[in-house]
Ligand binder design. Structure first.
Ligand code: FPP
Length: 259
């Protein structure tokens, strides 16, 4: 009798199914709505982004207090280069100013900073600031703050595939050894757990090329609040809603044994 070739095939299960009630290890946020916040007040869009920095500070502080391990913020996408030059310049300057003005505070609060995304096409002085922020916070073991800057999920995957192809061509990895883990090891997020909860503010319900690989099993929240208005209470609301979700990762529901 021929054996069923699929009978013992290893089906990858990313995580164990979990009962509701937990706290996400990794929260990732698409900070949307800065432009609308400004438009509604008759202000230039750039002021919406500046106001957005205050929300960044509130959420970083609160995520730390709530003992979230990793907070990823989508600060500038590769597609954002298509915005008017003045707005692009403002978004670049905001990262500069944020690192210059907040780095000491973040260090004092034991925050570790990591920036994901391509670095080739951003100004050298910004790359220098990013490297300084990463180096000076490398040993901190509090909240890991990940800024996605000049980031696109497809670009990250293409960069990872290119590095992997070089490693295969150099004979460091056998082609048949390439699997999900090998590819994931070349992503910008290699050292991070996958996001458990992805929040997009402003009511839009799109993923916009954000953490495409990593969010395969994430839970989603789409609060209507515009990013500059977002704060501790909104984050708590998303965490409370997350705690009601049962995560199955494609497996069967967890049943909680009655005593
Ligand atoms: C989307 O709102 C937001 C962005 C493209 C940029 C987000 C950036 C910040 C909050 C500030 C920078 C942060 C750091 C940490 C340096 P939108 O402009 O698309 O809003 P709209 O959809 O209402 O037009």
């Amino acid at each position: 009798m021929r054996s069923d070739p699929l009978a013992n095939a290893a089906v990858p299960v990313p995580e164990e199914p979990s009962a509701p009630g937990g706290l996400p290890r990794h929260v990732a946020i698409i900070m949307d709505g800065n432009g609308r916040w400004a438009n509604r007040r008759g202000l230039p869009r750039t002021l919406g982004h500046r106001k957005g920095i205050e929300a960044v500070r509130r959420v970083v502080r609160h995520a730390g207090e709530r003992r979230i391990e990793v907070l990823t913020l989508f600060a500038f996408s590769r597609e954002n280069w298509n915005r008017p030059k003045a707005e692009v310049n403002e978004l670049m300057s905001l990262l500069r100013r944020f690192i210059r003005s907040d780095l000491e505070d973040l260090i004092a609060n034991n925050v570790q900073i990591q920036v994901i995304g391509g670095r080739d096409d951003i100004d050298k002085d910004i790359v220098g600031l990013i490297e300084e922020a990463e180096a000076r916070t490398r040993l901190n073991d509090g909240l890991r703050l990940v800024l996605a800057f000049n980031y696109g999920g497809r670009d990250e995957l293409a960069r990872a595939a290119r590095k992997l192809a070089f490693a295969v061509a150099a004979g460091q990895i056998a082609p048949e050894a390439v699997n999900e883990d090998t590819l994931a090891a070349y992503l910008d997020t290699a050292a991070l757990p996958d996001p458990d909860l992805v929040i997009r503010t402003s009511g839009e319900q799109r993923i916009s090329n954000f953490l495409l690989w990593q969010s395969a099993y994430a839970e989603y929240a789409f609060p209507a609040t515009l990013w500059p208005d977002f704060g501790a209470a909104h984050l708590d609301e998303a965490l409370a809603d997350y705690a009601t979700r049962q995560r199955r990762f494609g497996a069967v529901p967890v049943t909680i044994a009655k005593p």
